[in-house]
Design a protein around this ligand. Structure first.
Ligand code: GDP
Ligand code: MG
Length: 175
């Protein structure tokens, strides 16, 4: 492949997790540098794009915002098609959403083969004081095939670019 061909790499990244964990907010922060505190549930699926440079390669990221309730929808597999990577988000102030992260990872594994889709875990809302990150999170990531885990905040921007840089680096290395 010539370097010219690399100029137009476009990557489809799934953003999944339970309701109100901050999936839409993370995408808004990353793609448009905006944050809204008013909650507006996502209906169905939407995507936003943002250009990013990783390892001197320009990539166009397509972030797919998949509504939490879509986990039970028959369309999920259609949305998953041709994905290059995934962000699984949980809300670090609500432990139930951490269990949801495993359910979404299992769905991803069912759809692709096990651990075939590069996936990172995001512990979001890290700006809030009442967060609890499970002690065994690294072991959890290893056991469930997450490449890495990042503390993020869509509110103040913490960790989001770092997480996507890490994910994209891994995707490009497999390319
Ligand atoms: P989604 O259902 O996963 O798409 O969640 P949203 O992005 O709609 O966010 C749900 C609610 O949590 C909204 O009221 C957001 O303003 C809020 N929220 C999202 N991310 C953060 C964050 O990092 N910090 C704080 N403090 N609030 C957040
Ligand atoms: Mg949403």
């Amino acid at each position: 492949q010539t370097s010219d061909e690399y100029d137009d790499i476009s990557l489809k990244i799934l953003v999944v997790g339970k309701l109100a964990c901050g999936k839409t907010s993370i995408i808004q922060r990353f793609c448009h540098d905006e944050f809204q505190s008013k909650y507006k549930p996502t209906i169905g699926v939407d995507f936003h794009t943002k250009e990013m440079e990783v390892m001197n390669i320009k990539v166009i990221l397509q972030l797919w915002d998949i509504a939490g309730q879509e986990r039970f929808g028959h369309m999920t597999r259609v949305y998953f098609q041709n994905a290059d990577g995934a962000l699984v988000v949980f809300d670090a102030t609500r432990v139930a959403t951490f269990h949801g992260a495993k359910e979404w990872k299992d769905d991803i594994d069912d759809c692709f083969s096990k651990d075939a889709l590069p996936t990172v875990l995001l512990a979001n809302k890290s700006d809030l004081p009442q967060t609890t990150i499970p002690d065994d999170i690294e072991e959890f990531c290893e056991q469930n095939g997450f490449l890495n885990c990042f503390k993020t905040s869509a509110k103040d921007g913490t960790g989001i670019t770092e997480a996507l840089t890490d994910l994209v680096t891994k995707i490009l290395k497999n390319h």
